[in-house]
Design a protein around this ligand. Structure first.
Ligand code: SAH
Ligand code: SF4
Length: 368
């Protein structure tokens, strides 16, 4: 049995042709699967009965199974989804008056070890398949429609859940193409945002393969601090990252890059940091989104004070940089960014490595 949920339009067409069907059948299938959210071939009323029956024998439509489904007081809804072998991932729906945003995961765990991120703390297990990535949107769409009756409850997607999307490039691009396809979800490129910690060569590849809105996790105004917070910076330092952002804008659907900056008390949130940041990004068309840190047990960090947040924002705005503060949502169900912990079996033995490092050099962790 083949799971057609993650098939791209081209793959569906090849599948139909292999069955001796006309290629346009692929568009019908796409519409049924993604647009209508069908989970059963028998329901596809404008598909010939013989084909429906063959599909029933040969294929399935399978999204990750829901383990938990919780709704916060502010309407934010989080699903914990089972992706097999003991691993779970999360997706989160954030309703706002004029839009509904789904935050989608790309990997079970993450290999990149950003020091303030609970997904990073869990280690990396594996890349999600295209079906598991698009399955989050497919499932959320169905569940939200059933709850509210709204025809299009999800207007925006952000690849900001668990994992580094550019480290799972092919599957993420295939899933995003389905998000953009008129016969599937029909989202505009501006309404699909990919957030990356800064995999420079993959940013260039994304510009050609599937340009969508880009968010970059900057988090520090200089290499010394960023090396510590976002260790991939040692491989792709800030100067190279910013150059990649500027190149990306030539093909991007928006004329700015969104820099994400997590506000860590006493670590990266002083006025001096803000001034340094303003100077750093002065030549990059950008907006800055300040994210209040979401604490988790033993993180070693604290959220910046409201005063520090205000001061930081005002300094950036004073320097002419568009700056917003991310409102924390779904606090009562741990649905905020960086808290999408899921439940990942640590195949990289991250916890053990950290423990032995800490034992060898107790003062080293989070110094500065
Ligand atoms: N791996 C990608 C996308 C997923 S994380 C990336 O790093 O960009 C989405 C955003 O949440 C990133 O900006 C990330 O740095 C931020 N984040 C991670 N942990 C956080 C935490 N504990 N509090 C606030 N933001 C966090
Ligand atoms: Fe991975 Fe992003 Fe977390 Fe860094 S912040 S560890 S890249 S998920």
């Amino acid at each position: 049995m083949v799971n057609l949920l993650g098939h791209t339009p081209a793959e569906l067409e090849a599948f139909c042709i292999a069955l001796g069907e006309k290629p346009y059948r692929a568009r019908q299938l796409l519409r049924w699967i993604h647009h209508a959210g069908a989970n059963d071939f028998a329901a596809m009323s404008d598909v010939a009965k013989v084909l429906r029956e063959r599909l029933g024998e040969l294929a399935t439509l399978e999204a990750p199974k829901v383990r938990l489904d919780t709704t916060a007081a502010d309407g934010t809804r989080k699903w914990l989804l089972d992706v097999g072998t003991g691993n779970a991932i999360e997706s989160v729906f954030i309703p706002e008056p004029a839009r509904g945003t789904l935050c989608v995961s790309s990997q079970a765990g993450c290999a990149l070890e950003c020091s303030f991120c609970s997904t990073g703390r869990q280690g990396f297990n594996r890349n999600l398949t295209t079906a598991e990535i698009i399955g989050q949107l497919w499932h959320a769409n169905r569940a939200l429609r059933a709850a509210s009756g709204a025809e299009r409850p999800i207007t925006n997607v952000v690849m900001m859940g668990m994992g580094e999307p550019l480290a799972n490039f092919d599957n993420v691009v295939a899933a995003m193409r389905l998000m953009l396809d008129d016969f599937a979800y029909g989202l505009s490129r501006r309404r699909v945002t990919l957030s990356t910690s800064g995999l420079v060569p993959a940013i260039d590849r994304l510009a050609d393969a599937c340009p969508v809105s880009l968010a970059v996790s900057l988090h520090a105004p200089n290499d010394a601090l960023r090396n510590e917070l976002v260790p991939i910076n040692r491989k792709y330092p800030i100067r190279e990252l910013l150059a990649a952002c500027v190149r990306y804008l030539e093909k991007a659907p928006r004329n700015f890059v969104m820099f994400e900056y997590v506000m860590l008390d006493g670590v990266n949130d002083t006025r001096a940091h803000a001034r340094e940041l303003a100077a750093l990004v002065a030549d990059v068309p950008c907006k800055v989104n300040l994210i209040p840190f979401n604490p988790f047990p033993n993180s070693g960090y604290a959220r910046s004070t409201p005063e520090a947040l205000e001061r930081f924002r005002n300094t950036l705005v004073g320097a002419g940089i568009m700056t917003t503060i991310r409102r924390t949502r779904g606090d009562d169900i741990d649905a905020a960014c960086g808290q999408l912990a899921g439940d990942v079996q640590d195949r990289t033995r991250r916890a053990e490595k950290r423990a032995s490092r800490a034992a060898a050099a107790p003062a080293e962790e989070h110094a500065g």
